[in-house]
Design a binder for this molecule. Sequence first.
Ligand SMILES: *Cc1c(COP(=O)(O)O)cnc(C)c1O
Length: 357
Amino acid sequence: MKKVHNFFAGPCVLPGQAIDKAIEALKDFRGTGVPVVSISHRSKEWMQVMDECRALWKELLHIPDTHEVLFMGGGASLQFLCVAMNFLEKKAGYLETGVWAKKALKEAKGIGEAYAVASSADTTFNYIPKGFEIPSDIDYFHITSNNTIYGTQIKEDYDSPVPLIADMSSDIMSRPRDISKYALIYGGAQKNVGPAGVAFAIIRKDALGKVSRYIPTMLNYQTYIDGGSMFNTPPVYAIYIMYETLSWLKSIGGVEAIYKINRQKADLLYAEIDRNPLFVGTAAKEDRSDMNVCFVMAPGYEALQDEFLEFAKGQGMLGIKGHRSVGGFRASIYNACPVESVEALVKCMQDFESMKK
Ligand SMILES: *Cc1c(COP(=O)(O)O)cnc(C)c1O
């Protein structure tokens, strides 16, 4: 197979070990003689995977007993609606830090009153707003912990006077978090914890039941709590790959261990961006994401953009083109991206600089 370095933003790189195990399970699931996708989701073998997967979530993120872990369909985008359906009674506040945050806010506006408490739209979302106060008269405050498109990240766990809800699609399990501070953390699995097709929700059980509307069964978090995320047939293969991805994470030392590696990878790449006269980072330095590293050609070198993309591609770099809404470059260096890939990208930037000098 061709040697490549995978920097896609999502779906994205997954641990090779998880892919190998998933292929095995597609042939013979735990000695049952049938593929994992061909066995009843009520079988004891499958129920065991569900239990083990939930247990891995709880162990890796130190999730307190007050919270439950749920697996749902529909991706993070359906969670935008679920959040408002389950939590919005009178008014909700959102931190507007990018396109995903805006989409979450839009869904809430369709359900009730919702507004942006603070926003970084004024400078194309290249920073995280600071110095705002979380209002105490809202039902919940919604944040996007990592802004996948702009490469900014909220690194602290806010103290909030109201239930705090976070879209952690693109940095879940990448760094330790104080889960007890959140009423709900959700996201699509396809950035750090598995393939597309399953979303996760970590929910504080006593935060539910505060709205008066009818909540459709499949949008109601309570349905998933009561049914162990199996009210209906769950996305079994996506959950299975997630289970293997988390098993891999545990085997290398868990979230605390991967956090150190993630910091190392990000430091390596940002250092090159800051050193190399051809490139410049786009996110405010103090808000730079450890997961999505965004940069552009430095002033005066803009015309070299396509040439660098071609050169990088020739060196095996995949997926470094920036999001279509912002342009430039984006290297997504999620958990499963090896340090070696980041080193290869740094070398590629240095080689390009030598060529142009
Ligand atoms: C990718 C992403 C989404 C969208 O996820 P889907 O599962 O495709 O709906 C939402 N929020 C963030 C922060 C993302 O990175």
